[in-house]
Structures are given as C-alpha cells and as structure tokens.
Write a protein that binds this ligand. Structure first.
Ligand code: NAD
Length: 511
C-alpha cells in the first residue's frame, strides 16, 4: 500500500522538529465536589507539552499461540497485504485489505473546510505510525505445525488464500512454548508437541533468549509480545506467590506450579524491555507482574480482545442508559466450534471468559443513579457452548430487556454471526501499532524544565481494543466504546496541537 500523506498542522503551538513533533495543548477538566445533593464544579485548565518521536521503531510482533486461529490469520493478513494479494472467490476477485482495523481502515473528523463541510482523515495520518508492511512477525506455539499446516487445520482462510501464501507460511514455524497445562482445558494436551524442557526458571531464560534472537535476526529496535494463546484459568493471587515483583520472580525461581504460562511470557517480555499485550481474559497481570512492568518502565495492555458481542454490548448499553432507558436483563449466548471454543468448554477456563464478558456494563450502569439505586445491577448472564460444526464462525445471540415509560418492556434480540479470527486479527494489528505509537509519546507541564513523562506502564489508552480494560491501580475503568475511541482520537489530536473535538458545530447552529 502506498504510504498515506501525513496531516500537517499550521499553528504556533506545533513544531515539527527533525526528531519529534512538539505540541502545546490546553488540558481542561472539571473538579466536582458533592455537597449533599448539590454538586459544585470548578473548571481546571493546564497547559501541556506533548512530544511525539517522529520515526516509528522498527518493530516485530511475537505471538504466543502463533499457530492458532488468530495467529495464523494475522500472519496471513500481513503477508497478503504486503504482497497486494488478489484472489478469486465465487463473488469475484477480492483483494487483501485491513477491514476491521482502527489504524488502517478508520477515519476521524479533523475539522471543516472553508465551505463548512466535515473533513475526515485516516487515523494513521495524524502522526507517523508503523506501516503493517514493515511489521516482522514471529512466535511460539505448543503445537509444532508450520503455519501452512496450522492455517489448514484452523479452517479460517479461503483455500485460494492458503494456496497463494503456502510457500511463505510453510517457512514459519513456531518456537517451542512454555506450557503449564494445569491452566487450560485437558483437551489442549493433544496438540502439545512443541514444548520447552527444563525448570520454569530455565524456560523463562529461553523465552528471553527467543526475544533477543528475533530482535537481532530482524534488526529490530522494539518487540511487542502478544498473548493470543488459549484462555487460561485465573491464577490464585496470594501473598508470597505473586503479590509483589520480587515474590513473583522468586516463585518462578522455585518453580511454583501456580505461575501461569501467560504470566511467565509477560515476565520474560518485561525483563527484555518489551511491551506485552494480553489478548485473553485471564489474570496474567497479577500484582507482581504489574509492579515488575512499572519497575522496568515497560508497557502492558490487557485484557481480552474486544471483537464482536462485547463491543456491541458496550455500545448498546451505553446507548440505552444514555437515553434514560433502563436495561434490566442482558443475556448472551455464544456457540463456536474452533479450538478456542474447545478450550472454553472446561469450566475453569470458561469462568475467565465469563468474568471478562460480564464486567463490561458496570461503569455504564454506575453512571446513571436516576435509573439504578446504589448496588443495583441488571441481571447479566453469559453462556458459551462448544459446537464443532460451526468452526470459527461464531454465533452470538443477545437479548436485552429494558424498562420503559409506564412499566413498558423493550426487548432487543440480536444475532451475530462471523468468523471470530477475521475480527480479531485486525485488532491484534491495531494493538501492536498503537502500543508502538504510545512508546513514542510523552508529556510535561508547559514551560517545565523537567523530563517528559511517558504513558503509565498500564496502557489504559488501548481500552477500546480490549474487553476488560486493565487500568492503573485506583483509576476508573471506562467501558463505553465511544468514550474509549474518543480518548484515542483526542490523544492523536493533542500530539499535533489540536483541541478535542467538541462536536458543538456552532457554525451551523447559530442564526
Ligand atoms: P486458538 O486455540 O486457535 O489458538 C491458540 C493457540 O495457542 C493454539 O495454537 C495453541 O496451540 C496455542 N497455545 C496454547 N497454550 C500455549 C502456550 N502456553 N504457549 C504458546 N502457545 C500456546 O484460539 P484463537 O481463536 O486464536 O484465540 C486465541 C485467544 O484469543 C483465546 O484465548 C481467545 O479466547 C482469545 N480471544 C479471541 C477472540 C476472537 O474473536 N478470535 C476474541 C477475544 C479473545
């Protein structure tokens, strides 16, 4: 794909330096104090400087679970787009694209032209971002199948696409994996033929060496590690095990069985200075792991990719509650027939998924005290069943029942069918692209001589892409999809000295 032209802002508040874009912006918030029923608000204004390094890192993604549905689909999409692949389908010719990717296929409203018409630009033209064509990929899997065979097993990609990419996919073979079988369904053991030997501490060293090896072979200056392997059960969190960084490292050293594989990969990544993204629901980021990331100043992002049902839920419930309608019951049924579904058929892994799917409406419900009394909550049930025949084509059926005026009932029934991995792969790309972008942005108070401060280790900015956003301790979780997207847009705007879009459009509203 030809590189897109970058947006250029002409303003005394922006300097496009050789190395970095330096922007000055006003950050406005409102400090609210409750006094009984009354609320007293004090507007707060701060001038900030935002610094964005212009040159993206030469970045590589290491996928844990590379041979899985998401891993093979993302890899095939990268190869297909790089080659500008075209193939025949029964509906005619199709060309590789990045539909479903926020960074590659979505736009934001930049402003208005002289005639008062909205001007929209691709998100990735606001500031320089990694081009997917330049992204290197590598990874681990407990199954030693090369990616050609893995893609055939996964039954996601069109046969024509598999054929066109076969030679390249065949060359890609996952590295041996660290595997704690107690954390996933017993049925996953059948594919586990590509495992690291040795103690947990030795496995940690091997994972670290793998990261260094990939970095060196591909001459990379940044590696992002993404967990897109099976959903694990939650690990116990207890003092002495994983409550602090030192206790977690000690638990790894003594080979404690309660250290999950995902936490082990996360620790290896942090110790190698890599960003780690958790694409599954389990509590990979136990307190000790979060502390370790903070200690090393690396970024972590979690948890669980937000693809279909949850994305829609975070939009619908936001809309209903925002409209003053009261959702009282939300019931979500899923069935799917891929390996993810097979793994989720065990109660302990299902529970992780259930928790990550269930919490998504909490902040929206809490936002409206006119509808819900303190502690009141809609009934919210999530069911997931494994049905092999439907393969990766997941079915999600949701029923939302709400209360209306005069005790009326409002029921929405939604049926959602699509290949799960085709939704997930663009999200994985976005997570890597945006995580890399975040590593180049820093802030300080205007006029300060202090060093610029990067984003917090827990990268809450990427909440838009994950089901159960991990945020820094004692900070609020935002689930509303619109607010999450607006946050990304507004950070991009701030990087080039633009105020958040107020949507006032007074130009069109005054007489
Ligand atoms: P998958 O089962 O096809 O792939 C997972 C891969 O991980 C498998 O190839 C497996 O062999 C490998 N694996 C398991 N344990 C491993 C370990 N310790 N080290 C290395 N590899 C390991 O599943 P998928 O459909 O690709 O989904 C991957 C994850 O993403 C799942 O946890 C799923 O819940 C999550 N997720 C997927 C979606 C989606 O829409 N596809 C959405 C949200 C979350």
């Amino acid at each position: 794909m030809a590189p897109r032209k970058q947006v250029q802002v002409q303003s005394p508040d922006v300097e496009y330096g050789e190395e970095a874009i330096l922007a000055r912006v006003q950050y406005e918030t409102a400090l609210c104090q409750r006094d009984g029923d009354a609320v007293v608000v004090t507007p707060k204004r701060r001038r900030l400087e935002v610094r964005t390094v212009r040159r993206p890192h030469r970045v590589g993604a290491m996928l844990v679970g590379w041979g899985g549905n998401n891993g093979t689909t993302l890899t095939a999409a990268l190869l297909a787009n790089r080659a500008g692949l075209r193939w025949e389908t029964r509906e005619g010719e199709r060309r590789a694209d990045w539909l479903g990717s926020l960074t590659q296929s979505a736009t934001l409203k930049l402003g208005m032209d002289a005639e008062g018409r909205d001007v929209w630009v691709p998100l990735n033209t606001m500031v320089p971002m990694v081009d997917p064509d330049d992204l290197e990929v590598d990874g681990w899997d407990i199954s030693g199948l090369n990616l050609e065979d893995a893609a055939r097993r996964n039954r996601v990609l069109d046969v024509e696409v598999q054929r066109a990419l076969a030679a390249q996919l065949r060359e890609l073979k996952p590295r041996p994996a660290a595997f704690n079988a107690a954390f996933v369904a017993a049925n996953q053991q059948e594919r586990a033929d590509n495992l690291l030997a040795g103690t947990t501490a030795q496995q940690l060293q091997r994972l670290r060496e793998d990261i260094r090896d990939f970095k060196q072979r591909k001459a990379l200056d940044m590696v992002v590690v993404v967990w897109t392997a099976n959903t694990e059960r939650f690990s116990e969190v207890r003092p002495g095990l994983n409550d602090t960084a030192d206790n977690l490292l000690a638990a790894i050293d003594r080979g404690d069985a309660e250290v999950s594989s995902s936490t082990l990969y996360a620790v290896a990544s942090v110790l190698e200075g890599c960003t780690f993204i958790n694409g599954s629901p389990q509590n990979t980021f136990v307190p000790g792991c979060v502390e370790l990331a903070q200690r090393h100043g690396t970024h972590i992002v979690g948890d669980d990719l937000k693809t279909g049902q949850t994305k829609l839920k975070s939009v619908l419930v936001d809309f209903l509650v925002g409209a003053g309608i009261k959702p009282t019951s939300i019931v979500s049924y899923n069935h799917l027939g891929n390996n993810d579904g097979r793994n989720l058929s065990a109660p302990h892994t299902f529970q992780s998924k259930e928790i990550s799917k269930r919490n998504v409406v909490d902040d929206v419900v809490e936002s409206n005290s006119l509808l819900y009394a303190p502690g009141e909550h809609p009934d919210h049930v999530v069911v997931i069943k494994y049905v092999p025949y439907v393969g990766d084509s997941k079915r999600a059926m949701d029923e939302y029942t709400s209360e209306l005026l005069f005790g009326g009932r409002h029921t929405l029934a939604i049926h959602n069918t699509c290949e799960d991995s085709l939704l997930a792969a663009p999200l994985l790309l976005d997570l890597v692209v945006l995580a890399e972008f975040c590593s180049r942005v820093s802030f300080r108070a205007h006029g300060s001589q202090e060093d610029f401060v990067p984003f917090h280790s827990v990268l809450g900015l990427l909440s838009y892409l994950v089901k159960a956003p991990l945020v820094p301790k004692d900070t609020p979780v935002v689930n509303s999809l619109f607010r999450q997207r607006a946050c990304i847009e507004n950070v991009l705007r701030a990087c080039v000295g633009l105020a958040p879009d107020s949507n006032l459009l007074l130009e069109h509203k005054l007489s």
